[in-house]
Design a protein around this ligand. Structure first.
Ligand code: HT7
Ligand code: ZN
Length: 851
């Protein structure tokens, strides 16, 4: 596939100030009449033709200024129409086949409804158009359809008109006054019902809200509606952003490639991020619904009012919006646990990406298929980069920077550079060197050492940004680090400070320490780096027990765990973990959620990332062995927590949620030390569960054991929830995640289960996504796990290329795995590469992985 480069950007020669779309909707075939007003773009080089993107369209006719034209030509999928300079009206009629659209891009059918997904390049699958984010148009959309099959017709903006037509048909017209790029276009047609409500904005505008779902799902929509209102309120209070239409609708769709989509005034969501009630959704699911609703809503300003000039600028909207949704969730539920969770995701998903064959800067320089760049780097590292600006500026100055950005670029298709400049001007920062964070891939590796002399302590910091594909040499980046120095005698520090490491090596001195202090560094995780600090085990135990920064406390615990799991697994290292765990278990000042966080073992993905050469079999033994040891050492206390929290875990509110988290964590430790006891208590928890958090927590533990308790609970779970697709997804996932020796055979059997289907992305992820993250399954010694994933990629390759490509990076880590497995992983990649026609998505990922 051809390479598209950031450096080649040129503005589009035409402006398209307005577009009218007339849809004659049907599941099998849909007719689209697009009427474009076009005029030369005076900021670009003039062109004699207009070139419009297309993908898989059947072209029926082209008219220019009312005259039929036949002098058009095709260049691959694109349509080129000769056009004299000046203003014209271009009318193009196309036909599309929604039911055959298995890629779920463009207009497609899902459970009898019709919906769209246009980001990044799906609009060209609906009509011929300059399908690029810097062409902004005002949209008017008229939909006609059978009234019984599609009683509800929605599009962007505000409704204008609706009415009945002959032959059982009806129509609706919508108008969106805000100019937008084609990727934000949406329509939905289906038999849907809405939960409705309203929100009055800070400027007094009354906004009608709707959450549209299938009728049977209506009882599970109240949390989504509350989340919308909380998001609208938070964005006003925190960023001064007000909603700008009379309507805000979200629609839940069962077949969806990603989490959700921020189409102007009509967000389309994966059902997973809308539907929630206590019986079917866990506490984590509730939080995810709120977080994703917040994310999509916040895009209304960071993405829609100000969009991207080109797709290389994706992090402009995604990094910023992820930061905004993270801050929102921190404000809703407490910052500490949220920050720990966000950093866990960064380290287990983004760090491996940044050290692997697909490493790219948050603003990439080139791509072959843009869908491959909706990555943890662009999203999560992008958010970390903006968070660093916020840490350096302070909250108030950061707000001045964001206000200036929104004011200065409202209505534009902007660049990352525009954002950085607005931050410089508004927040008063000098970001000259900081811009390297946008240019360089790779996770900076920082080492910290201390020298002590008299009363002076010198902190010696060094940084290396590692080479990544295409970027062999790197320059130092500014790294803001919030630190505190604990006085050894008093067990306290005299206050935090923010230091910024800008050089490859730099010293910072601090006075007044008769003895070397205990260094707490990168508190709150102010910089997305990998840190290696020179610190004794005793000092880590101290910080794990006493640090007043929750993140730093968690970090100290993780360092103890990593030291043991990545080192020689010696008894002293394990004993230090025991001492810290005891302090955590006995600390009454901790809430139970934070306690559970502190006792959570590092994820395998992060352990793999931190291993020079990863031996998954040995790591499973070591990590689960440590779990069993801790379960044994603290058997009484885990039993006690599990029992004592039984009633609290049935309650609503923060304390109930915290209790549920700790209770299921305790159950895991109990089962690791004593399977029979774990099975007994697990089944009791399962049977008595008042909601999905307790039920899933129990089933996750039982699924990893043998015996009748496991079978009973799994059978009951399926029978109870067989008609709820999101819960059936959980059933697949829990089994595919189990660390059981025969788990891969079970995954194979589950693929043949009546409820399994390759055509639903959630179901595919529930089984194979979970399996590919399970080291016992994916890294099975025979190589059968790798074969299974490669077969899946080949099966999905043409049917749904985006989904297929998401499975490639797990095989792409072959260089970091022990030699026997590594060769088999590589061989599977080569088998895919040799398989004939590959989609652009899969080809790009496979080429990078082998390259
Ligand atoms: N901005 C949205 C991206 C998205 C997407 C991209 C490619 C293919 C399908 C997709 N669905 C949604 C999601 C977001 O970040 O808010
Ligand atoms: Zn987004």
């Amino acid at each position: 596939p051809a390479v598209i480069r950031r450096a080649d950007y040129a503005p589009y020669p035409w402006r398209v100030p307005a577009i009218r779309l007339d849809f004659d909707l049907g599941l099998e075939t849909t007719r689209v009449e697009a009427t474009l007003t076009v005029e030369p773009n005076l900021d670009a080089d003039a062109a004699e033709d207009i070139r419009l993107d297309g993908d898989g369209l059947v072209l029926e006719s082209v008219h220019v200024d009312g005259e039929e034209r036949t002098d058009w030509r095709r260049d691959g999928e694109a349509l080129i129409v000769p056009l004299s300079s000046g203003k014209h009206t271009l009318t193009i009629v196309t036909r599309i086949l929604p039911s055959e659209n298995t890629q779920l891009m463009g207009l497609y059918a899902s459970n009898g409804m019709l919906c769209t997904q246009c980001e990044a390049e799906g609009f060209r699958r609906i009509t011929f158009f300059p399908d690029r984010p810097d062409v902004l148009s005002v949209y008017t959309v008229r939909m006609e359809a059978d009234r019984e099959a599609f009683p509800v017709l929605l599009s962007n903006g505000n409704p204008v008109e609706e009415g009945l037509l002959d032959g059982g048909r009806h129509f609706a017209e919508w108008h969106d006054p805000w100019p937008k790029p084609s990727y934000l276009f949406a329509l939905v047609a289906g038999d849907l019902v809405a939960r409705t409500d309203s929100f009055t904005t800070m400027g007094g505008r009354e906004v009608a809200l709707g959450v549209w779902v299938r009728e049977e799902d209506l009882p599970r929509t109240s949390h989504a509606m509350e989340s919308i209102k909380r998001s609208m309120n938070w964005d006003e209070e925190t960023f001064g952003r007000e909603y700008d239409l009379d309507r805000f609708n979200i629609v839940a769709v069962g077949d969806f490639n990603m989490g959700a989509m921020e189409n102007k005034g009509l967000n389309i969501f994966n059902t997973k991020y809308v539907l929630a009630d206590q019986e079917t959704a866990t506490d984590a699911d509730f939080d995810a619904v709120e977080g994703v609703i917040g994310h999509e809503y916040f895009h209304n300003w960071s993405g829609n009012r100000i969009t991207c000039r080109d797709w290389f600028q994706l992090s402009l909207k995604e990094g910023f919006t992820v930061l905004r949704d993270q801050l929102f969730s921190e404000d809703m539920h407490g910052a500490a646990v949220k920050r720990i969770g966000d950093v866990r995701v960064l380290r287990s998903v983004q760090f491996p990406e940044d050290s692997g064959p697909f490493a790219h800067p948050i603003r990439p320089d080139s791509y072959k298929e843009i869908s491959n760049f909706y990555t943890a780097t662009v999203y999560n590292k992008g958010a970390e980069v903006i968070r660093m600006m916020r840490s350096m500026a302070g909250i108030e100055a950061f707000r001045k920077g964001s206000d200036l950005y929104f004011d200065r670029h409202d209505g534009e298709a902007a660049t990352c550079e525009d954002f950085v400049k607005a931050m410089e001007d508004g927040a008063g920062l000098d970001l000259t060197q900081f811009r390297r964070w946008y240019e360089q891939a790779g996770t900076p590796q920082v080492t910290a050492e201390q020298r002590h002399d008299g009363d002076t302590v010198t902190l010696v910091l060094k940084q290396v940004v590692p080479p990544t594909p295409g970027q062999p040499d790197k320059a130092p980046v500014p790294i803001p680090l919030r630190i505190a120095l604990f006085d050894r005698e008093k067990g306290e520090h005299a206050g935090e400070q923010l230091i910024v490491l800008t050089e490859a090596e730099q010293e910072f001195t601090f006075e007044g320490f008769a003895k070397p202090p205990i260094l707490s560094i990168n508190r709150g995780y102010t910089a997305p780096i990998a840190l290696d600090r020179d610190i004794s085990r005793e000092d880590l135990v101290f910080l794990a027990a006493h640090d007043d920064d929750s993140f730093a406390r968690h970090e100290a615990m993780q360092e103890l765990l990593l030291g043991y799991l990545l080192g020689d697994a010696d008894d002293e290292a394990r004993a230090a973990i025991g001492t810290a765990a005891q302090a955590v278990l006995a600390d009454d000042a901790l809430d139970n959620e934070m306690r559970a966080e502190l006792l959570t073992l590092p994820p395998f993905a992060y352990l793999g990332e931190r291993s020079k050469i990863y031996d998954p079999g040995a790591m499973v033994e070591k990590r689960e062995g440590l779990r069993a040891w801790l379960g044994h050492e603290f058997a009484g206390q885990f039993r006690d927590y599990h029992e004592r929290l039984t009633n609290l875990a049935r309650e609503e509110g923060a304390q109930g949620k915290q209790a549920r988290r700790m209770r299921s964590l305790a159950l895991g430790y109990i089962a690791a030390a004593d399977e029979a006891e774990g099975a007994r208590l697990g089944l009791a928890q399962y049977r008595a569960a008042a909601g999905m958090t307790e039920r899933q927590g129990a089933l996750a533990v039982l699924a990893g054991l043998d015996g009748t308790e496991r079978e009973e609970a799994l059978a009951d779970f399926y029978a109870r929830f067989a008609d709820n697709p999101l819960v059936v997804d959980k059933w697949f996932t829990l089994q595919a995640m189990a660390l059981r020796p025969n788990v891969l055979d079970e995954v194979g059997k589950l693929a043949g289960h009546e409820a399994f289907t390759i055509s639903n992305p959630n179901r595919v992820r529930s089984l194979y996504g979970a399996m590919s993250g399970n080291p016992v399954a994916f890294h099975q010694e025979s190589g059968a796990g790798y074969r299974m994933i490669a077969d899946l990629i080949l099966e999905l390759n043409m049917r749904n290329p985006q989904l297929a490509a998401r499975f490639v990076p797990s095989l792409g880590r072959w260089r970091r795995v022990e030699p026997g497995r590594s060769a088999m992983m590589r061989a599977e990649l080569e088998r895919i590469a040799a398989a004939g026609t590959l989609s652009r998505d899969v080809a790009e990922q496979v080429e990078a992985s082998l390259g």
